[in-house]
Design a protein around this ligand. Structure first.
Ligand code: ZN
Length: 458
């Protein structure tokens, strides 16, 4: 028997398989063998691979999509908070405000939080996520969720085979949502030794930098003044805007030279412009496939989008943020500012690699809610915010699968349903294209598969 004709371990037939390949092909059936996608095609092409030991999942018209990749999600923190969410608390609508723990105690609780998050994510169809910012900058942090010990916990759990998701981590040498300095950052780059990668399951890919805050708090660094005449500023230590900008550029240069991927929290239009330029400068000096990216990018001018696109720099944003907070941004910076706010459509049209994520526990880790927000831009109050920036379902699905795989430097082996790639899959009880976009969050997740093994079944 040739390798090609050896029976599959698992096959899916009679469905709508959203392959998310380069042409967004829809197939009917998939065969999985040894944890990998063996074949994608019609039922007729797949059934010859059914043998005695093959498990058959009859999709009966339901959807199969690649395992979802939530490319910006605080896993330890979510495991502590869930079902509490920050946005619920901010909006005053959550029922969990009073009983949500705010501090994690000890190694055992931290491990439990990570495992709890992985179980939760499996129930949503999520098979990969990025933990954006763990490290020595938060070793004495108030929540206990972002210190360097969590990097070791992830590595240990992955090595023990207990981590039911693929996790990419970014190191943090300053405070989460807080200050940092070029000096302590350089020290971190030089002295901090992250745990070794666990192939396929855990990888420390690079560093996270908090460049500024957020517009509603008047802490985003902007071109337009806030109502009180201020412009916000960078969070990097320095005596003036010029010094702070120079320090940020030096940090980006140093991390790039050290071979790291860099994700920068940047929300104000002045910050996103400076970060995009700094990435471009670093890449021009030493070209490599670095996959740097801007996180959030609330305000992005058309010129900045062009710099991102031409530099191969990604944008990682959360569609749930504009639908919930656009009025706050308009109140802080005026209606005019909305022109360049959360430009997901413009980013794709400009050729920027766009990832959508949850930032959980800021927003719900339910990607279906994020997908619906990206497609409708409709908030829970029914108002549409940024109608011109809406995405097609297919585009939003790419932003939760293949483009995050690109962000992970892993688009050659995960992120789409193509032969040879790992069998990370999600079965939906229905089809993404058959339901009204508003109803996408009600499409049940029936099954989640990681490396060819079911990790969740409803
Ligand atoms: Zn975040």
């Amino acid at each position: 028997m040739t390798e090609e004709s050896r029976p599959a371990d698992l096959v899916f037939t009679g469905g709508r398989v959203h392959t998310v390949n380069a042409r967004d092909r829809i197939a009917e059936a998939v065969a999985v063998r040894d944890g990998k996608i063996a074949r994608v095609g019609t039922d007729g092409e797949i059934t010859p691979l059914v043998g005695k030991g093959t498990r058959i999942v009859r999709l009966r018209g339901r959807s199969l999509v690649p395992g979802i990749n939530d490319s910006h999600l605080h896993g330890v923190w979510l495991g502590l908070m869930w079902p509490g969410l920050l946005m619920d608390q901010l909006a005053g609508t959550g029922g969990h405000t009073h009983d949500t723990p705010t501090r994690l105690e000890g190694a055992e609780q931290r491990r439990r939080a990570i495992l709890r998050t992985a179980d939760l994510l499996a129930s949503f169809g999520v098979t990969s996520y990025t933990e954006p910012g763990l490290g020595p900058g938060e070793d004495d942090g108030a929540s206990g969720c972002f210190g360097s010990a969590a990097l070791r916990d992830y590595a240990d759990l992955a090595a023990e085979g207990l981590l039911k998701a693929r996790v990419t981590a970014l190191m943090l040498f300053g405070e989460l949502d807080g200050r940092s300095s070029a000096a302590e950052f350089a020290e971190g780059l030089r002295d901090f030794k992250p745990p070794a990668d666990v192939p396929g399951r855990f990888r420390v890919a690079g560093v996270k930098i908090f460049a500024d805050g957020i517009p509603p708090m008047k802490t985003a660094w902007t071109d337009r003044p806030y109502g009180d005449g201020t412009y916000g500023s960078l969070l990097i230590e320095g005596e003036s805007d010029g010094e702070r900008e120079a320090a940020l550029r030096a940090m980006i240069d140093a991390a790039h030279a050290a071979g790291h991927q860099i994700g920068v929290h940047a929300t104000g239009d002045r910050t996103t412009r400076v970060v995009a330029e700094a990435f471009s400068t670093a890449l021009a000096r030493e070209g490599r496939d670095a996959r740097h990216y801007i996180i959030h990018g609330d305000l992005l001018s058309p010129q900045t989008l062009t710099v991102l696109a031409s530099g191969g720099i990604g944008l990682n944003t959360q569609a749930g943020i504009p639908v919930a907070t656009e009025p706050m941004l308009a109140a802080a910076l005026g209606e005019e500012a909305l022109r360049d706010a959360w430009p997901t459509r413009d980013a794709l049209d400009a050729g920027v690699r766009l990832c959508l994520s949850s930032d959980a526990p800021v927003l719900t880790p339910d990607w279906r809610a994020g997908l619906a927000a990206a497609v409708t831009r409709r908030g829970l109050d029914g108002a549409v915010r940024g109608q011109a920036q809406r995405l097609a379902v297919t585009e939003a699905l790419r932003a939760y699968t293949i483009t995050p795989a690109w962000q992970d430097g892993a688009d050659d082996w995960k992120g789409s349903i193509e032969p040879g790639k790992v069998a990370d899959l999600c079965v939906l009880d229905g089809d993404l294209h058959d339901v009204e976009p508003e109803a996408l969050p009600s499409l049940p997740v029936a099954m989640t598969v990681l490396d060819g093994e079911p990790v969740y079944e409803s």
